[in-house]
Ligand binder design. Structure first.
Ligand code: NDP
Length: 284
């Protein structure tokens, strides 16, 4: 078997084209979705993620503003800025690029963002809504993964999904979204003792660890769908996933590549959330 490769970049392009049309229509109604991204410090990876977000916004016609602040920015300064943006009627979405410098309490920052502008979907109110299956801003990477599965018509209900990783931004919420779609979900993490045994039972495997080439075909049940979230920079400077692509491709039915897999979908769902925020804010 040779897996069908799910190219997230192509799916993302189709969605971005649809959103471009939607934003043009909203503009005619006087609605101009606007996202503000706050970047603290000069971490190259964060800068590159932020630039990807701005490019996507420009393409779709979403107004985007980048506020770049020095690493020494105090927690109080950042909190003040967020409170101002919460009040600004022309700002629909606020995103603080993570990780933040150590002297800033990340959770406090997340909880200060107005939940109706929390386009990253990290505010506890929005997480609670996701847990209880209510309409909300879904966190972008899990939302992107779910959208990919749906666009590829991959069945979720009744399937066994095994999630490797339990972070707040990827592992836990992706498992919850698949559970909401009626999958049976198993979470694995660094203390899991029988990882291979569990992963081999999966119809859908989501790998979100951040360890290059951790999962090869010996972990995979024939015909499974494998979603590789990991982004790892290896010695030659290139980016690679947590999955050994060529090995797993021989056994899985569907497989996402890195790059051009989950990453472009993550950014696209951020745009979708920003449009949703703009619509919600004018219709509330
Ligand atoms: P975290 O470091 O927050 O979480 C990693 C998870 O992997 C933890 O739950 C950890 O377990 C688990 N883990 C570590 N070692 C093992 C092991 N040997 N066996 C099983 N589980 C293990 O990472 P993130 O969730 O933030 O990100 C994961 C990867 O996804 C990274 O490479 C990141 O760059 C990438 N990423 C990609 C995105 C995209 O859009 N493409 C978006 C976000 C992230 P424990 O909880 O026990 O420590």
């Amino acid at each position: 078997m040779s897996a069908k490769v799910i190219y997230g970049d192509q799916l993302a392009q189709t969605l971005r084209d649809e959103m471009k049309t939607e934003v043009a229509t909203l503009n005619k109604r006087g609605i101009h979705p606007k996202l503000v991204v706050i970047l603290i410090g000069d971490d190259p990876a964060s800068k590159s993620y932020v630039s990807g977000k701005q490019k996507a916004a420009d393409y779709i016609g979403i107004q985007s503003e980048l506020i770049s602040l020095p690493t020494e920015t105090s927690e109080d300064e950042l909190l003040d800025l967020i409170r101002q943006l919460n009040k600004a009627t022309d700002v629909n979405g606020i995103l603080v690029q993570l990780p933040l410098p150590k002297h800033i309490d990340e959770q406090l920052i997340i909880e200060t963002i107005d939940p109706t502008k929390d386009v990253d979907g990290f505010h506890p109110i929005n997480i609670g809504k996701m847990m209880t299956n209510q309409a909300t801003f879904l966190p972008c990477t899990p939302y992107g993964i779910l959208t990919m599965l749906k666009l590829m018509n991959i069945e979720i209900a009744g399937k066994h999904a095994v999630i490797i990783g339990r972070s707040h931004i990827v592992g836990k919420p992706v498992g919850q979204l698949l559970l909401n779609e009626h999958a049976t979900v198993t979470y694995c993490h660094s203390k899991t003792t029988n990882l291979k045994e569990l992963v081999k039972l999966a119809d859908i495997v989501v790998v979100a660890v951040g360890r290059a080439h951790m999962i090869d075909q010996s972990y995979i049940k024939a015909g499974a769908t494998v979603i590789d979230v990991g982004v790892n920079r290896i010695e030659d400077g290139s980016l690679t996933g947590d999955v050994v692509f060529d090995s797993v491709k021989e056994k899985a039915a569907y497989l996402t590549p890195v790059p051009k897999g989950v990453g472009p979908m993550t950014i696209t769902m951020l745009m979708k959330n920003t449009i949703k925020a703009a619509i919600n804010q004018v219709t509330k």
